[in-house]
Design a protein around this ligand. Structure first.
Ligand code: PGA
Length: 281
């Protein structure tokens, strides 16, 4: 009997030690159990009404993936309504690329989250590096935009990522940590928030980080999410973005803590976009 108790104690101690060792990776196991990957296409300032044909091809090819992943296309704002109509009942959802923080008012040329939801969008990308650089958007503005998205039930896809000089200076995790702190509103859940890690130097350049680099940053982001959003931190999706193509998708998307991709250039053609998503087949 005594022996059994000792054995049990040893067993408990073993579990405790194993628990400590795996604590850093716990988010991964939770994520692996519950997360449905998301592959989202960011069309940027590309696409006319004639591009609906490409969406139709994507819809045709998306069915076989529907039980495994979520597929999303984020066209320019001019196409959200017609794409939403075309994609109704299909395995593809439609997202937007940016929103204003205000609900309405005197903001010429801007588009509110309310308007995007009304046009049929289900999500909105905020804080993309092109908005941060071209429009000087700050973390505080990105955070306000994410809150605007939540106000109307849209998922906010919040982008973070370091510049080349920051990576070379060994500051990647500092930069990403600061962006997460400043850009994420409190109260995130897996339904409300997706993070896209996009190294700025990898966007549109054909350059990509090594899988080890991606693993390091994604593990760091997971740790931050777990600390800040206990409960949902382990299941908020973390996408990789930056020069994802069909021929490098497997290498990048099978890295631990990578829960899908935000795809720019390669999302404009159905064959490429579906080729990337096929990693999850
Ligand atoms: P890319 O763009 O795939 O063309 O590099 C990614 C992005 O900016 O989201």
């Amino acid at each position: 009997m005594q022996l059994k108790k000792d054995q049990l104690r040893l067993w408990d101690a073993g579990i405790a030690v194993a628990g400590l060792i795996t604590a850093r990776r716990r988010g991964f196991y939770m994520a692996a159990a519950k997360v449905t990957p998301l592959v989202a296409g960011n069309w940027k300032m590309n696409g006319l009404t004639a591009s609906r044909g490409e969406l139709t091809k994507m819809i045709a090819g998306a069915g076989v993936l529907a039980s495994k992943i979520e597929l999303m296309v984020c066209p320019p704002a001019t196409l959200i309504a017609i794409f939403s109509d075309a994609a109704k009942g299909s395995a593809i959802t439609i997202g937007a690329q940016d929103c204003d923080a205000a609900a309405s008012g005197a903001h010429t040329g801007d588009i509110s989250a309310e308007m995007l939801a009304d046009a049929g969008a289900r999500a909105v990308i905020v804080g993309h590096s092109e908005r941060r650089s071209d429009h000087h958007e700050t973390d505080a503005q990105v955070r306000a935009k994410a809150q605007a998205a939540w106000r109307v039930g849209l998922t906010a896809i919040v982008c973070v990522g370091e510049q080349r000089a920051e990576r070379e200076a060994g500051k990647t995790l500092d930069v990403v940590g600061r962006q997460l702190d400043g850009s994420l509103p409190d109260g995130a859940t897996a339904a409300k928030l997706v993070i896209a890690y996009e190294p700025v130097w990898a966007i549109g350049t054909g350059l990509t980080p090594t899988p080890a680099n991606v693993a390091e940053v994604h593990a760091f982001i997971r740790q931050q999410l777990n600390t800040r959003f206990a409960g949902d931190g382990g299941t908020i999706r973390i996408l990789y973005g930056g020069s994802v193509k069909p021929d490098n998708a497997r290498e990048l998307l099978t890295v631990a803590e990578v829960n899908g991709a935000l795809v720019g250039g390669a999302s404009l053609r159905a064959d490429d976009f579906l080729g990337i998503a096929a990693v999850y087949r």
